[in-house]
Unconditional design. Structure first.
Length: 237
């Protein structure tokens, strides 16, 4: 059986550094507040929400009830039939929403900009955001979402799939933003700029996803439990 970690306790700095990650995940969870933040900057509503989220995450982190903030690693080996913990299910469901939803809305917005010349991303943070988030919650409820399953049996693969998603979404959106800044400096008109942003977004998404599938990125190596309870890496690794 493959050991997941070599340590028996998490160091203090390791636990502390995970708290701001979860603050960001839950802070960006309400779609309307996130859209207002991007459109108008940090305001009173965002300040109140951030204060509530920060207080909650600091409290739960101090209690060891946030992933990564535990005093001891919960998952010591891959392939264990241990139950998943409630706070892990909640946190990783929220994290998947933070990963998948903005990426999906940006893709729709960029494709629409190319097709119609209209920039509609702000309007997508209404019911479309809720719809994508709802599908992610449904996947978690149906035991289909990596890292939110009822047991940690498949954590060897689930952990890797989670980080494939993280790398793909974050780097692709940075590429799209970078092309927007570069295109503005180059004086590109709205149409060519939309094409350039969509191209950068899609190509970088595909490239990073490919690297993740081949386990060339940190934490993307997958282990699968076989019938004889041994763990094997994916075939292409």
């Amino acid at each position: 059986m493959q050991a997941a970690v070599a340590r028996t306790r998490n160091k203090g700095y390791y636990r502390v550094l995970h708290v701001p990650i979860w603050i960001w995940v839950f802070f960006t969870l309400p779609g309307a507040l996130t859209e207002a933040l991007y459109a108008h900057g940090f305001g009173r509503e965002q300040a109140i929400w951030l204060g509530l989220v920060a207080a909650g995450c600091v409290w739960r982190g101090a209690k060891g009830r946030l992933p990564g903030a535990e005093a001891r690693p919960y998952i010591t080996h891959y392939g264990l039939e241990w139950p998943n913990l409630g706070y892990r299910v909640v946190c990783y469901t929220a994290a998947w929403i933070a990963i998948v939803t903005p990426w999906t809305l940006n893709l729709i917005g960029l494709a629409t900009a190319v097709a119609t010349g209209k920039w509609i991303v702000a309007s997508l943070y209404g019911w479309p955001y809720d719809a994508v988030a709802g599908l992610i919650v449904l996947a978690a409820a149906l035991d289909k979402l990596p890292r939110t399953r009822r047991t940690i049996y498949d954590e060897g693969a689930d952990r890797a799939w989670f980080y494939v998603g993280v790398w793909t979404a974050v780097i692709a959106q940075l590429a799209g933003w970078g092309m927007w800044r570069l295109g503005a400096r180059l004086g590109l008109a709205a149409g060519p700029l939309a094409w350039a942003r969509l191209g950068a977004f899609v190509l970088v998404s595909a490239a990073v996803l490919g690297l993740g599938l081949r386990a060339k990125l940190p934490r993307t190596r997958r282990y699968y439990v076989t019938a004889d309870a041994e763990l094997q890496p994916a075939e292409w690794e």
